[in-house]
Design a protein around this ligand. Structure first.
Ligand code: ATR
Length: 279
């Protein structure tokens, strides 16, 4: 049976094994997919062992995506720009191809699952770390009307502005610099949600009917999602849809078959509701 895995640290709560097993069942593919806890210092050796033992493909999650970028032999165009790799495929000649399906995963969730187009919208991305770098390129290609990037450390946002200049215009600045602006779509790509924190966001930042999207997913609404509620956003979402869609694109890269992500997303939502009810 072809072997796949997700490496990360921590990894015990990963939904990826469930998602990929569902995709395999659905498409009649025989695969094994496991989650393995791998610390950054062991990443290099763990990848070598995995592929030496016949592994076909790997997902890499926090905090290993930048290491995966360094590790692979060649990169897809979208991985090159994102500076991070979340999917590795062992090719027939034994070389490792690195891809990044996070951006396309987010876009698919926005467009297909939520019916939201980026074109012509005023978009604000919060955060200028790895998560944000993975999504900026694909978002810019959708031709937003305006694209802002705010970060606590302004120099990091400015560096992104420069990096993505060949693709489109990023207006980078501090959270304070957003005061005079309003946005149709606000995407939280900071890691603040993981510690229950919120970037310093002003009131009146949201245009009428705005979408607020947290790239993180969690059992409870994040601080950003609660802020969005207060600010009367029309649509408030966490990153569960993005997680399933990035997985679907990874599965496609490995197996050449596009799974039906919607049924798997529906099952995950159902599971979440059951957990909520049982406390
Ligand atoms: P990731 O790969 O998850 O993006 P990262 O590269 O460490 O992780 O980046 C974390 C991002 O979240 C950064 O943009 C960080 O801001 P700084 O660059 O100023 O450090 C942002 N971040 C983390 N905690 C935050 C908080 N409490 N308020 C605002 N921004 C925060």
């Amino acid at each position: 049976m072809d072997r796949y895995a997700v490496f990360g640290f921590p990894i015990s709560h990963s939904k990826s094994p469930f998602i990929h097993q569902q995709f395999a069942k659905q498409t009649g593919q025989q695969i094994r997919y496991e989650a393995e806890e791998v610390r950054p210092e062991n990443f290099d050796a763990a990848v070598d062992v995995f592929f030496k033992e016949g592994g076909k493909g790997l997902n890499c999650t926090v905090p290993l995506k930048e290491l995966a970028y360094e590790k692979v032999d060649l990169l897809t165009e979208r991985a090159k720009f994102s500076g991070a790799v979340n999917t590795i495929k062992r090719q027939d000649d034994g070389s490792l191809l690195g891809d990044n399906t996070d951006g396309i995963g987010l876009l698919t969730d926005l467009r297909v699952n939520l019916g939201v187009d980026i074109e012509g919208k005023r978009v604000l991305v919060l955060g200028a770390g790895g998560a944000s770098r993975g999504i900026i390129g694909p978002l810019l290609k959708e031709k937003p009307l305006a694209f802002y990037l705010a970060n606590r450390t302004v120099a990091k946002a400015k560096a992104m502005e420069e990096l993505f200049a060949p693709i489109g215009v990023v207006q980078a600045g501090s959270y304070e610099s957003l005061h005079e602006h309003q946005f149709d779509i606000v995407l939280n790509a900071t890691s603040a949600s993981l510690t229950g924190q919120l970037p310093p966001l002003a009131d009146q930042l949201l245009a009428e009917g705005a979408l607020c999207y947290d790239l993180a997913y969690s059992q409870e609404p994040t601080a950003f999602m609660l802020w969005a509620q207060q600010q009367k956003a029309r649509l408030i979402k966490d990153g569960l849809g993005m997680l399933v869609e990035q997985a679907a694109h990874a599965f496609y890269l490995w197996r050449g078959v596009m799974p039906n992500s919607q049924t798997v997303l529906a099952r995950l939502k159902q599971k979440k509701q059951l957990t909520d009810k049982s406390g």
